[in-house]
Ligand binder design. Sequence first.
Ligand code: PLZ
Length: 438
Amino acid sequence: MKIEQQRRVLTAIPGPKSVALQERRLASVAAGVSSALPVFVERAHGAIVVDVDGNQFIDLGSGIGVMTIGHTDEAVVAAASGQLEELTHAMFTITPYESYVRVAELLAEHTPGDWAKKTVLLNSGAEAVENAVKIARHYTGRAGVAVLDHAYHGRTNLTMAMTFKAMPYKTGFGPLAPSVFHAPGSYPFRDGLSGPDAAARTITYLEKSIGASDLACVVAEPIQGEGGFVVPAEGYLAALQAWCTANGVVFVADEIQSGMARTGRYYASEHFGVEPDLVLSAKGIAGGLPIAAVTGRAEIMDAPHAGGLGGTFAGNPVAAAAAIAVFGEIERRNLLAEAGRIEGILKPALLELQEKYPVIGDVRGIGAMLAIELVHPGTLDPNPVAVGSITAFAAQHGVLLLSAGTFGNVIRFLPSLAISDELLREAIGVLGEGFAAL
Ligand code: PLZ
């Protein structure tokens, strides 16, 4: 291992070099780009991130679920560096190359559904969402796009409109794209509804407020990411998909955060018995290189005319080589099983903390996508202040923890599947100290 897999706090957090860099950053980087923690990172490997002052953090966020197979994974680094020397760019829509095709084949193989599939590659998650909507509109000849409350789909004009939370994503950035409708979803901890009841509520909204004949697609995250790792009640997604199928509405699963082995299956949809028409991948697909995809039923994907989809850097050869390496490593190291190992350690520990600290209202998630929702004890009132205290405590003690949630009151755990039991237990220890210090 290039970096010892060990937590090490040498300076105050942030350390002096980070503080100096932060000054330069404030003078040169737009204020709208903020950082959760003003600690400048220098290197990373496996589950450890090293900052410019030499502090080593246990990374429980993985850059929001991107470094799923671990930082600077050897196979990914070798594939990407090798590719850099062979061909850095060609633009697939001018002259194609094999790696793009191979990524499409791998996605067809590993996304849910046993039917003919096709793929378009893009640069970012938001771009994948945009393209899914373009494809669904072309296929159906309809304009309406339905999303769920608490959803996050991106920061571009269309995806900003599809995202639920105004602040910080939408406030002041309008006008927003039209024909986007926000339907109530399923949030068992807060709405207390069963899957069928929550689905009935969503479907009533879709039928009465939009009308199926004007609806091109329903876009849903099988487990909501930014919204707070909200796991829908049992049966919810399947009922929603059945309604889509019955009404000629394209069902799109935004698996940008929940996909690529994070939950112990390639795609979280599999846990819910759902086979979406279109599946979106990004984040963890290429070990940190920017690439994203829309994959789905061939007849839907083939609806747009030749030349209708593309982009300069979309499906870049270096990122595609990295993606092929990620698929290879998931198989070779049987990483799907690692998500279960992580859940087996982390979830019981979180439930134990919940028994001790009633500020933890809910423990939820699947595999290496787990979360706790903090409340004022005995109520559902969100407690974002406690989240701030815990994440700050963790950072001071060498653990990177991310928050989430519409109310900012969720702590999410997205460790790399490469994290050892030891490191995970050590991070849990720090978390426990954080709660004791609250
Ligand atoms: N869909 C489900 O989670 C990205 C955004 C962080 P991009 N989520 C993290 C931030 O503050 O910008 C995301 C997601 C889901 C779409 C996206 C968008 O992916 O690659 O950030 O465009």
